[in-house]
Design a protein around this ligand. Structure first.
Ligand SMILES: *Cc1c(COP(=O)(O)O)cnc(C)c1O
Length: 434
């Protein structure tokens, strides 16, 4: 499979190069040169397949002969070693739980797959590769976990000081070994800007082998499509119109769903569910994409003011705004509404949802109210375990939720981070001295 840069279609690379580079030299994001369609037979038999089998079928279309099928199967077994169960709340509404991985967020799917693919491609390389990750909360720990103690790989995580939850910070800063956490005096957008600048700095890329691992790496996007197929398999018999509500920040999860649809998955509608950082819903309403500084909210992993994957969505649909608008519904909600939703879901369904999933739930309900004639089954993606946001969730449900063992182990450890300013020179010097 050939991949091109969203900034220039004539800049093309192999899957391997796209994964190692992370981002194109012209600053664009890599996109597959075409979206492979899956045969009808695959959809007829999909409910007999496991998540791993679905994953192998889909990923092999994007990898082709660059990784032999048996090796790809092993990569999937190592990466997707947990399930994505669909929990039915009522007729017409299910929750897709994506937090059963080691760091309790959906980013485990993409990050672990990417880490294992990158490790596979780099296994014969000499010298260290430095993976740069900008995170607004969950990416960093998922990536770090995927690369933990992998020979020849250093991971540098950049996170905005004071803008991630205490638990998220512990997950980012307590691994040690080949993982370094940089605490940036700025926002997530500053972190993302620093990483982007490093990749196009000629002096730096001459001296350091850099690779990126936030949601812009194509190897993170592909595995995020697997669970859309799995949900369809579980709901196929209901014969209704499937609407996925996706709590969105950098739009990676949503883009993966759109790619699944273009591969032939019968999806009726996607909902881009946002918090106060509503640049993308605004675009859907007005056709104007106008990046803004990010605003801090309870659903902090979605506090993104300039979502990178917008470039991929536009590329996927040939910049056809009307088409994009016909496929995606966008809306946004405040922190107060988020708290009310957590309360409502708890009392109505006896289910504890996290703030990101709560935004997804609100967005689905709004869509449903406006489209009651559409025979809809809603799937709200629950992107993190509620125990990662105990401050907000406990306050909403007036109870203390239980913390899973894999999380309480990180909480007990001591934080280790390096403070840096949001200026590029500081970051560059840190990398050069490493
Ligand atoms: C990253 C993240 C999101 C946003 O996903 P994008 O792919 O960046 O749109 C939503 N919820 C949680 C819990 C996350 O960690």
């Amino acid at each position: 499979m050939i991949y091109f840069s969203t900034n220039n279609k004539s800049v093309t690379v192999s899957f391997r190069e796209a994964v190692i580079k992370g981002i194109a030299e012209d600053g664009g994001l890599f996109m597959p040169s075409f979206i492979p369609e899956l045969p009808q037979k695959f959809f007829n038999e999909i409910d007999k397949l496991s998540l791993g089998e679905i994953a192998l079928e889909i990923s092999s279309k994007f990898v082709e002969d660059e990784i032999p099928k048996n090796d790809l199967r092993m990569i999937i077994e190592k990466s997707i070693s947990f399930d994505a169960p669909l929990i039915k709340l009522s007729d017409g509404l299910s929750i897709l739980e994506l937090f059963h991985g080691p760091t309790l967020a959906f980013k485990d799917f993409g990050a672990r797959f990417m880490a294992n693919v990158l490790g596979y491609f780099l296994r014969h390389e000499n010298g260290h590769v430095t993976i740069l990750v900008a995170t607004s909360g969950d990416t960093g720990s998922a990536v770090a976990n995927g690369f933990y103690k992998v020979d020849g790989v250093d991971v540098v995580i950049l996170y905005p000081a004071g803008k991630v939850s205490e638990i998220q910070e512990k997950q980012l800063t307590t691994l040690g070994e080949n993982i370094t956490a940089l605490e940036v005096d700025g926002t997530f957008d500053d972190c993302q800007r620093l990483v982007k600048a490093a990749f196009v700095d000629p002096e730096l890329i001459k001296k350091k082998k850099l690779s990126s691992a936030n949601s812009i790496n194509i190897a993170r996007l592909i595995p995020q499509s697997f669970y859309y197929f799995k949900s369809y398999a579980a709901l196929k018999k209901e014969n209704s119109n499937i609407v996925f509500s996706v709590p969105s920040g950098n739009l990676g999860n949503l883009t993966a769903g759109l790619i699944a649809k273009e591969m032939g998955l019968p999806v009726f509608k996607f909902i881009a569910a946002a918090n106060a950082n509503n640049v993308f819903p605004k675009y859907l309403q007005t056709s104007v994409f106008n990046p803004q500084p990010s605003i801090k909210t309870y659903s902090n992993a979605m506090d993104v003011g300039n979502p990178s994957n917008y470039a991929r969505i536009v590329s996927l649909y040939g910049n056809d705004y009307e088409k994009i608008k016909s496929i995606i519904y966008g809306t946004s909600f405040s922190d107060e509404e988020t708290i009310s939703a957590i309360k409502e879901i708890h009392s109505k369904y006896n289910y504890t949802i996290d703030p990101h999933g709560a935004v997804g739930y609100l967005a689905f309900n709004e869509y449903l109210r406006k489209h009651q004639d559409q025979n809809i089954t809603g799937v709200v993606l629950e992107t993190a375990h509620p125990s990662k946001f105990t401050d907000v969730v406990n306050q909403a449900i007036k109870n203390e939720i239980e913390i899973p063992a894999r999380l309480s182990a990180a909480i007990r450890k001591e934080k280790k981070s390096v403070l840096i300013s949001k200026g590029y020179e500081d970051f560059k010097q840190f990398l050069l001295q490493k």
